[in-house]
Write a protein that binds this ligand. Sequence first.
Ligand code: AR6
Length: 182
Amino acid sequence: MVKINNIEIECVKGDITEQKDIDVIVNAANKYLSPGGGVAGAIHKKAGPLLYEECKKYAPINTGEAVITKGYNLPNPYVIHTVGPVYSEEKNPAEKLTLCFKNSLKLADNKGLKSIAFPAISTGIFGYPVEEASEVSIKAVLETIPELKSIKLIRFVLFDEKTYSIFAQKLEELTKKNERKS
Ligand code: AR6
């Protein structure tokens, strides 16, 4: 765990649908906001069918955009749905992945929420190499932190040991650089 501008950032290994102490979890969605597989499948399964009913009102959305819904049967009051880039199809996947994090953080913050959990967006079905994605994702979070007023905890929830250790190491590396700069 690191603390920057009074905001905690941490990496944990686990399942995004089991983050009981978090106000809003982020879904790595597709642009139709339909259940699909991976994180999206797990979130919709646990939330129940009313989640997709609400999602239909906002779909389709573009890559990098984010919308917020209720959490229904999830332990979290809210879910933010954002669409990560398909790595092989985007000219600038880093720009789009950065937008996913920035837009999700600002949406949660504007709603006055205090804690948010992200999965490793785009690193599954969308094929973004984990090492690259970890750097882009964590940098996006660090760059957005000065704009946040309400959020106090940002958690990355990584499903497997390898992804967890890459994100945890990258967080340490990038925040050390931050400290040296200031
Ligand atoms: N909790 C946390 N992380 C998870 C979980 C979970 N329950 N399940 C998988 N992961 P992916 P994408 C990890 O494929 O690449 C869907 O069908 C997984 O190991 O869920 O953005 C959507 O509808 C990987 O590291 O998201 C879209 O069509 C990471 O979460 C498409 O997949 C992201 O994997 C989105 O693809």
